[in-house]
Design a protein around this ligand. Structure first.
Ligand code: UFG
Length: 330
């Protein structure tokens, strides 16, 4: 059985579908603080999914999980992931993302489970010295969220040497889109991300879309990011896990598209996909936003033969279908 932590959340739930469709039996562990029980119920209809509610910060919850199930490997998504919040409340981030992960790793070692795919982030790089960013770029995070993920990367390296725990660390760029069949999608109760915020401004009259800063040193003054489709992204987790099973070797990969796209370009693509004029307002820069982040993804292409297939237009289309459906369901 494959343990997926955070499987009720945005990226974790898409990974559950991908692994289910490839024939895996899945055990989801989630505290449902950010994730949703409705998502679990949908996933249960798709394949063999067990769900245990619990919290990684509570060692007894984690131990119980490993006592009650025969776990072969772990895909570890559960974490807090908001940069701005991490600056205001670092303790929350270190407790959950680092201490919680330590509870998981220590319990894995005790139970002789030695394979894990870990969700890391481009936020571990900090302000880039160059773009596209490859995996050898220095890691100097500029916020506690990025630092918490870098700490886990280092712990994983040490646990490999000391306990033979093999890991694949995946450094995500900006994840967008929803399930092709519109069964699940991005669902954050306090939404901060770009594409859902644009879509919400179309669907909910009270929500105005704001562009945070148009005075960056970029092609059109707005921040440049690398938007990777969630279904492409989760497929790389399966390839990573299968690589661990076959090669028993730790590694680290960027997950992006190699395309730098500005906030204005994302906004214009949304207008084109929805065939609608959307209003917006220019606001001040958001604290902690680097001007430009996009990935060099040649390593994962060479090692795992993975490359993204879906376009930004497709991601926006699926995200928009999900957003509409979820608004109606709520
Ligand atoms: N933005 C807006 N308006 C909005 C929301 C976002 O202009 O309403 C802008 C942001 O300022 C930024 C870009 O759109 O320039 C992307 O912002 P997101 O919040 O969608 O994503 P981030 O790049 O801030 O964050 C993502 C992940 C984090 C990760 C980070 C690494 O969500 O988990 O990349 O930098 F840490």
């Amino acid at each position: 059985m494959l343990l997926i932590t955070g499987g009720a959340g945005y990226i974790g739930s898409h990974a559950v579908i991908d692994f289910l469709e490839a024939g895996y039996d899945i055990l989801i562990f989630d505290n449902l603080e950010v994730g949703h029980i409705e998502i679990i119920n949908t996933l249960k209809k798709i394949g063999n999914v067990k769900f245990e509610k619990g919290d990684l910060r509570n060692l007894a919850d984690v131990q119980k999980l490993f006592n009650n199930y025969k776990i072969d490997g772990v895909i570890h998504f559960a974490a807090y992931a908001l940069v701005e919040e991490s600056v205001k409340n670092p303790s929350k981030y270190y407790e959950n993302n680092v201490v919680g992960t330590l509870n998981l790793l220590n319990t894995m070692i005790k139970n002789d489970v030695k394979k894990i795919v870990f969700s890391s982030t481009c936020a571990t790089y900090g302000e880039p010295n160059y773009v596209p960013i490859d995996e050898n770029h220095p890691q100097n995070p500029i916020n506690p969220y990025g630092t918490s993920k870098l700490m886990v990367e280092k712990i994983l390296d040490d646990y490999d040497k000391a306990y033979d725990l093999k890991s694949i660390k995946l450094r995500y760029f900006n994840v967008v889109g929803a399930d092709s069949k519109c069964r699940i999608g991005e669902w954050h109760d306090n939404e901060t991300h770009l594409v859902p915020n644009i879509l919400k401004s179309v669907l909910q009259e009270s929500k105005e879309f704001k562009i945070f800063g148009n005075d960056y040193n970029t092609k059109d003054g707005t921040c440049v990011r690398d938007y990777i489709n969630v279904e492409d992204l989760v497929q790389a987790h399966r390839l990573s896990y299968e690589y661990l099973l076959k090669e028993n070797k730790s590694d680290v990969f960027n997950l992006g598209t190699q395309n730098g796209v500005s906030v204005k370009e994302v906004f214009e693509t949304c207008q084109n996909v929805l065939n609608k004029k959307i209003n917006y307002k220019i606001e001040n820069r958001r604290a902690g936003d680097p001007a430009m982040l996009y990935a060099d993804t040649s390593k994962i292409y060479h090692v795992l033969n993975w490359k993204p297939k879906r376009t930004l237009e497709y991601s926006i289309k699926t995200a928009s279908e999900w957003e509409k459906r979820n608004e109606q369901q709520k």
